[in-house]
Design a binder for this molecule. Structure first.
Ligand code: HSE
Length: 300
């Protein structure tokens, strides 16, 4: 009657696919320990790794709020659970921090109840968690965190998620510069209308990226990692963004961009040593500018 669940961090958008593409990293990620209790209701016993930033009120924290929602949906409000959330990744980093916690919580309650729902059926509840966390229920972090690999949100209404094959030798460098960029704010600054000529470039890139992933064509993947709609606006919030890109590309990256809504950035590489090198060089560059950061390297 006790489960221990890990849900991974994610890189959303994959540069050109705003709100529709995302991938799961090996690390970092969040852990949820959930235990049945005799008292009905959802209790949040403790949170570690958040520097006291997340609410312990079960109705306000996305983890417990989503578990409550799920129990209500299943007519199982008689059930009592106690939750511990251990955060192993930075909040407000663009690595899907809220998504990982929410997915871990939903997966845990579903396990404790004997898996009444499929992962597909858990997804809308995880999206509600994103809505609670940043005001918008996008699925490009929660879907890859739940399903693993690379996911495409083919459509939101009706919700349709497609798993995209991952080329054998695809690695991801991720660097989180220590500045705070709340997703809510990073969404508010985006223009809501776009030019047709920009849309043509963007959907060419999305189709190119997805084709590249299907064909394991690393060159095509790299050439498609270009965003003419969102990145020019959001890059302003990220210190040394263009210098980090230059560093990554000079170190052999296939492509480079913002992870989710930032400030984390990521690069693809076609081998592990290059990916490690990219992470190390970006971290060093930031350090030379007096900016602390966390660097990660992950197979995709
Ligand atoms: N697609 C979302 C955005 C991801 O870019 O706002 C947030 O992590």
């Amino acid at each position: 009657d006790r489960v221990h669940v890990f849900a991974p961090a994610t890189v959303a958008n994959l540069v050109c696919g705003f709100d529709i593409l995302g991938l799961a990293l090996d690390e970092p990620g969040d852990e949820v320990i959930m235990e049945r209790s005799d008292q009905p209701g959802v209790k949040l016993l403790k949170i570690t790794g958040d520097d006291g930033r997340l609410p312990l009120d079960p109705a306000k924290n996305t983890v417990s709020a989503c578990v409550q929602m799920l129990l209500k949906h299943l007519n199982r409000e008689d059930v009592g659970v106690e939750i511990e959330l251990h955060k192993h990744m930075p909040i407000g980093s663009g690595l899907g921090s809220s998504a990982a916690s929410t997915v871990a919580g939903l997966f845990a309650i579903n396990q404790l109840l004997g898996q009444p729902l499929t992962k597909q059926e858990l997804l809308p509840f995880a999206m509600k968690g994103e809505e609670l966390a940043c005001g918008h229920g996008h699925a490009d972090n929660v879907a890859p965190s739940l399903f693993g690999g690379i996911t495409l949100i083919k459509s939101y209404e009706p919700l349709e998620v497609v798993s995209i094959p991952v080329p054998k030798s695809l690695y991801c460098s991720v660097v989180f510069p220590h500045v705070d960029v709340p997703t809510r704010a990073a969404r508010q600054m985006i223009r809501s209308k776009i030019e047709l000529k920009d849309a043509v470039v963007q959907w060419g890139n999305i189709a190119g990226l997805v084709s590249g992933l299907f064909m394991s064509d690393y060159g095509l993947i790299g050439r498609s990692m270009q965003d003419v709609l969102i990145e020019p606006v959001r890059a302003i919030l990220i210190p040394e963004f263009y210098e980090m890109r230059q560093t990554a590309m000079a170190a052999g990256a296939l492509g480079f961009g913002i992870s989710g809504s930032g400030p984390s950035v990521f690069a693809f590489a076609d081998n592990h040593p290059t990916a490690s090198d990219i992470t190390r060089q970006i971290v060093q560059h930031l350090q030379s500018k007096g900016i602390d950061s966390n660097g990660y390297v992950s197979a995709v």
